[in-house]
Each structure stands twice: as structure tokens, then as C-alpha cells.
Design a protein around this ligand. Structure first.
Ligand SMILES: [Zn+2]
Length: 625
């Protein structure tokens, strides 16, 4: 699925970075360059410069820099492929797909064509709904009654679908076209084949993707009639579990506010924007998914989820918590805001105003606290049974957290609540993981699933290492072996697929910049899939690990061409050696500091078994170093 480097070069040559950035930032000519307000940090005087000769942007305020592709990725939250596609479209180029069969290429092309056509259809409908709103006094009165100004209605392109069954027939000459059904605007009765408009007598909220294209609609009735809200169905351009209402409109405000506010409804988003919270988005009648969270973190490191104060709100919050857990790293902030019962953000801010809502945001529960609440729900902490039950709930929530200081802090907090010491608790949790082996009690808990996938071995290594009061183990020193492992991954990104949790942990924990390079590479992989080194080199520009990567890839120390199977085996041989070294270091630390501690002895024994197993598999692999 790689895009050839020659194409990327051609694309960069044919693209004018000033024109691309000019679509999003107001630029003024200043000498040989252009200047504007930086879209990446909040500022009053322009320190963001774009160089037409170098085809590069640089901000003197926050230090961000890059080319047109980098700009789209950073500022619009696009993936690499998406950014390339966007630029190619502007330049009138067709993105070649290296290893696709002609049939596959045709299929993809047909799919893109269909998506483009559907977006056009939806955009025309959106325009028509906007025009109809101007002619609909009842809808205007409704919006005014809710405090929505003309400016905000325009910003969100609100519209009105009239009461007729075939209102769209006046917009589309071919009302019978299958496109109208595919776009979700028209419903076809399966029995008699008759068609009619899906949205009637509703205020229309166009749903846009991050590029600003209309991909679906939400519609709200003026009364309390059911269903109050109606969404477009899933279509080739609209997937509820992925899209967030208002994200396109909120981008600038998110950057300015430094956080994104996630609500449950379109009216919440519009009402909040009306009163100074332009950084609000909404899920579309579904629970918050991991994909939503992933998308949100492309736009901000701080997410505040806001929920209605009722039972349904608590349940939705619980779902959001579960979706957010794997993303709760040490540099991100995730909070949960619960409004008083009977209120949603729309009614709350209309009743109490901007400042009261701002205080609610300020008082939102950090993830660590909400996780604790969720774990203790229904448990009587006055009894040993209740505390054990709470800890068992907590384990399922704690396990998916990414390794780091926050995970440790939360373990300490949970241990205290359960009246246990943290070290025994963590080793209990890790031991349960290593002894149950496939017979764990909760076969469908998230913890169980993530454990079956990779086994949080590295997590338990740390748990073990903290048995005695000793500082955490020093990070493993990068060696020629780790250089070579990274080299293999940089030149064969597809190998990332074959790494397990232990491998990932070992690579991520290499002392910087090696560990950083690996983490960065994994992120690229999640965002854009497998990329060739030439593209990675472009993307790495300005990154802390750039020099390291260039050194690794230009040195002639090792071969990265050859039989894929052999190279993969070589990589896994290197990793097995790395694990053995890590285990040996931990074992020495255990002997040195806690030789009398029974938990430490148990840990030592576990490590020894693991070491033997690794040695065996390592000896069988082709290691080459
Ligand atoms: Zn800046």
C-alpha cells in the first residue's frame, strides 16, 4: 500500500505551500516570505512564516515546521495518506498505488468516485436546507428561542427540511436516482418501491468530516415528538463510530482553548459555541468509541467529556472511560464532567451561563478519580469482600492503561482504597495474569482481551522491580543490536505487525532517542500504515530522533535487503536477546536488593523461566549478531 517516493517528490514540486496554507491561514507577504497567525499556538502577533522558495513553513513562536504534507497532517489532523490524497486532488494528480492489482485499483477508484458524488449530493441538499430555513418562521423561532444567533446558525450551516414527503424533488431533478437513497436522504419502501424524504419538519445539522465535506445530517424536531433526533444511516461516506459532530468547525477553538469538549448532542455543540465554547464536539447518537478518542487526540492532548447528569449519562461516561483508557498516557489529560441531573450542556449553559459552565469544566473529574468511582460502584468497602470485589473491578480498568507514571499512581491510589500495599497488589495482578493462562475468570473483560493479545509482561517486570524499595531499573542502553532492530523496522515497517507487547515495551523503553524513535514509528504506523523509509525520512524532519534515524539508515553496518522471512527472523532474534538482557538486569537488581523478600524470590523464579524459554527460542532463530 506504499506510495512511491518519486510521486511524493512530484507532488511536493507541483504544490505551492503558500497556496495550501493560505486555505487555512490568512497570510501576508513580508519580504521574500509570507507571515500569518500560527495555527498551532495561540498568538496575537504573527510569528508563523511560510517560505515559497523553500516550500516550508516555520513558526518562530512554537517551533513547528514542515512542508505542505506536514502542515495538513498537523493542522487538519489528517493521516499521511489522506494529506497526500488531498494535495494530489488539488494538483490534479492521481495517487499511484504500488502493489494493487488492476481490479483492486479500479474498485478503489470506483469507491472514491462514489464517495465524491455522494458528498456533492449531500452538499447540494445542505444548501437547499439552509435556504429553506430562511423561509421557515417556526424553525427560526425555535432556534431563537434556544438562544441561537444567525451567526452561529451560519457557522454550523443549520437548515430546515420542510413537511413535504418529496421536498427534495425540488432540489434534485432526478428524485428517483439511486444516489439519493445511497446518500441516506431518501428512503425507498422495500415493498412498493415508493420513495420519500427521510428528513421532514426537522432542523437540519449538516455533519462534516475533518476536511469540511458534508457527509451526513442530523435532524431535530421542533416539538418533543419522537424520535427527537434523527441521523443519516451509515453510508459509504458516513460511519457514526468514527465521526464527531462539530469537529471541523471547532478546530481553531480547540487550539485556542487547549482542550476539546465532548458532548452527546448537536444542540449541545451549537449552544456551547453560542456562549463561548467553540471547542465542543458531539458523538452521533452512539457511545464514544476508541476511534473517536484516537481522533480527538489528533487535535488536542486534553479531552473533557461532558455527560448529562442522569443514569444514561453515567453509562455513557463509563463507555467513554473504557474507550479512553488505552490513550491515557502521562502527557495527556482526560476528564469527565457530570452536570446536575435534569441538565444537558445546552440547558445548563442557557440556564446558568458561560461562567458557571466554565467552573464545571474546571471541576471535571480527572480520569484517575472517575476510574476509582467506577471500580467501587456497588462495593461495600467496609468489608474485605467488598474491597476485593472493588479491586477485581479495578484491575479490568487499570490493565489497559499505557505503561507510565500515571498507571503507577493509579495503582497506588487503588491499593490504598483496597487497604493493600501497592507492590503486593500489582504482583497479585501480574501473577494472576501469568498463572491463569487462558483460564482467567472474566473471558470478555477488556483486560483479559488485551492480555491475551500481548500479555503485559513488561508491565509486570516493573511491578516486580518495585517489590523492594529500589529505584526503577535504568533504561536499557542502546547497542548495535538495538540499532539494527530499529533499522529493520524503519526499512520494513510491516514487521511492526509481528511484535508483541513485550517487544514493543522493550523497544519503547530504550534510552532516548532510540525509544523515542520507536514510539514515533509506531504512531506513524497507526496513523498511516506501512510507509517506505523515504517517506518516513520526510516525516521525521525536525523530530528529536531524526539524526539517529539518518545515522542508522545511512550506515553500511548491516543489510536490510533480502528475504523477508529471514529478516523477520533476524529481528525476532535480536529482540529475544534484548529481552534476555533486560531480564538478567532485573534479576541482578532483585538479588542485590531484595533477596529475602518472598515476592522477590517468586518474581526471580518467574523471570528465570522466561529467560530459559527465550534462550531456547533465541538459539533456534537466525540471530546474525
Ligand atoms: Zn506557532
Amino acid at each position: 500500500m506504499a506510495i512511491p517516493q518519486s510521486f511524493i517528490q512530484e507532488l511536493i514540486d507541483r504544490t505551492d505551500v503558500v497556496e495550501v496554507i493560505g486555505r487555512y491561514v490568512q497570510l501576508k507577504k513580508s519580504g521574500a516570505n509570507y507571515m500569518g497567525l500560527c495555527p498551532f499556538h495561540s498568538e496575537k502577533s504573527a510569528s508563523f512564516s511560510v517560505s515559497p522558495s523553500r516550500q516550508f513553513f516555520h513558526c518562530f513562536g512554537c517551533g513547528k515546521s514542515g512542508n505542505a504534507i506536514g502542515f495538513l497532517m498537523e493542522s487538519q489532523g489528517m493521516g499521511f495518506r489522506e494529506a497526500v490524497q488531498d494535495l494530489a486532488q488539488q494538483a490534479g494528480l492521481q495517487v499511484p498505488e504500488d502493489d494493487q492489482s488492476p481490479q483492486e485499483r479500479e474498485r478503489v477508484q470506483a469507491q472514491r468516485q462514489q464517495q465524491a458524488t455522494l458528498s456533492e449530493v449531500l452538499a447540494r441538499a445542505a444548501q437547499a436546507f439552509c435556504a429553506q430555513l430562511r423561509e421557515a418562521p417556526s424553525a427560526i423561532a425555535y432556534l431563537k428561542g434556544r438562544g441561537v444567533s444567525g451567526a452561529i446558525a451560519k457557522r454550523y450551516a443549520l437548515g430546515w427540511a420542510g413537511s413535504g414527503w418529496h421536498g427534495l424533488a425540488s432540489v434534485f431533478a432526478e428524485y428517483d436516482s439511486p444516489l439519493l437513497v445511497q446518500s441516506g436522504l431518501v428512503i425507498k419502501n422495500e415493498e412498493d418501491g415508493r420513495r420519500y424524504d427521510r428528513f421532514r419538519e426537522r432542523v437540519m445539522f449538516p455533519i462534516r468530516n475533518v476536511k469540511g465535506e458534508c457527509i451526513a445530517f442530523g435532524g431535530r424536531v421542533l416539538t418533543d415528538e419522537k424520535p427527537k433526533y434523527l441521523n443519516s444511516p451509515e453510508t459509504p461516506v458516513f460511519h457514526k463510530g468514527r465521526e464527531l459532530y462539530g469537529l471541523f468547525e471547532a478546530r481553531q477553538a480547540i487550539r485556542e482553548a487547549g482542550y476539546v469538549l465532548v458532548t452527546e448532542g448537536y444542540m449541545d455543540v451549537v449552544a456551547l459555541a453560542q456562549r463561548g465554547f467553540g471547542n465542543a464536539v458531539a458523538t452521533l447518537g452512539t457511545a464514544c468509541t476508541a476511534e473517536h478518542v484516537h481522533k480527538l487526540f489528533r487535535f488536542s492532548d486534553q479531552v473533557v467529556f461532558s455527560f448529562d447528569g442522569d443514569g444514561a449519562g453515567r453509562r455513557a461516561a463509563r463507555k467513554a472511560l473504557e474507550a479512553a483508557l488505552p490513550y491515557a498516557s502521562d502527557t495527556r489529560s482526560i476528564k469527565f464532567l457530570f452536570l446536575p441531573p435534569e441538565h444537558d450542556p445546552d440547558s445548563y449553559i442557557r440556564t446558568f451561563g458561560h461562567d458557571a459552565f466554565a467552573r464545571q469544566v474546571g471541576d471535571a473529574l480527572p480520569l484517575s478519580r472517575f476510574l476509582e468511582q467506577a471500580a467501587r460502584e456497588g462495593c461495600d468497602l467496609g468489608t474485605a469482600e467488598g474491597r476485593a470485589h472493588m479491586l477485581s473491578n479495578a484491575r479490568a480498568l487499570w490493565t489497559p492503561l499505557p505503561r507510565g507514571a500515571l498507571k503507577q499512581q493509579i495503582a497506588a491510589q487503588l491499593a490504598e482504597l483496597g487497604q493493600m500495599q501497592m507492590e503486593p497488589l500489582i504482583s497479585l495482578w501480574s501473577m494472576e495474569q501469568s498463572t491463569h493462562d487462558g483460564r482467567a475468570a472474566e473471558p470478555d473483560s477488556t483486560a483479559y482481551r488485551s492480555w491475551r493479545k500481548g500479555n503485559d509482561w513488561r508491565g509486570s517486570r516493573h511491578a516486580g522491580a518495585r517489590i523492594a524499595t529500589q529505584p526503577p531499573l535504568p533504561r536499557s542502553k542502546p547497542t548495535r543490536r538495538s540499532d539494527h532492530a530499529l533499522r529493520l523496522l524503519l526499512s520494513h515497517m510491516a514487521f511492526l505487525e509481528t511484535l508483541d507487547q513485550e517487544d514493543r515495551g522493550a523497544l519503547a523503553e530504550l534510552a532516548p532517542p532510540h525509544g523515542l524513535l520507536f514510539t514515533w514509528l509506531e504512531e506513524q504506523w497507526h496513523q498511516s500504515g506501512v510507509l517506505p523509509w523515504a517517506q518516513l525520512a520526510q516525516l521525521l524532519r525536525g523530530h528529536e530522533a531524526q539524526a539517529l534515524a539518518e545515522r542508522i539508515m545511512t550506515g553500511s553496518h548491516a543489510q536490510t535487503e533480502g528475504d523477508e522471512n529471514e529478516l523477520r527472523a533476524e529481528l525476532h532474534g535480536l529482540l529475544a536477546r534484548l529481552h534476555v538482557e533486560n531480564i538478567e538486569r532485573e534479576q541482578s537488581a532483585l538479588i542485590a536488593t531484595s533477596s529475602q523478600d518472598p515476592l522477590a524470590l517468586e518474581r526471580y523464579r518467574q523471570l528465570e523461566e522466561r529467560r530459559k524459554a527465550l534462550k531456547l527460542s533465541g538459539d533456534n532463530a537466525v540471530t546474525g549478531s
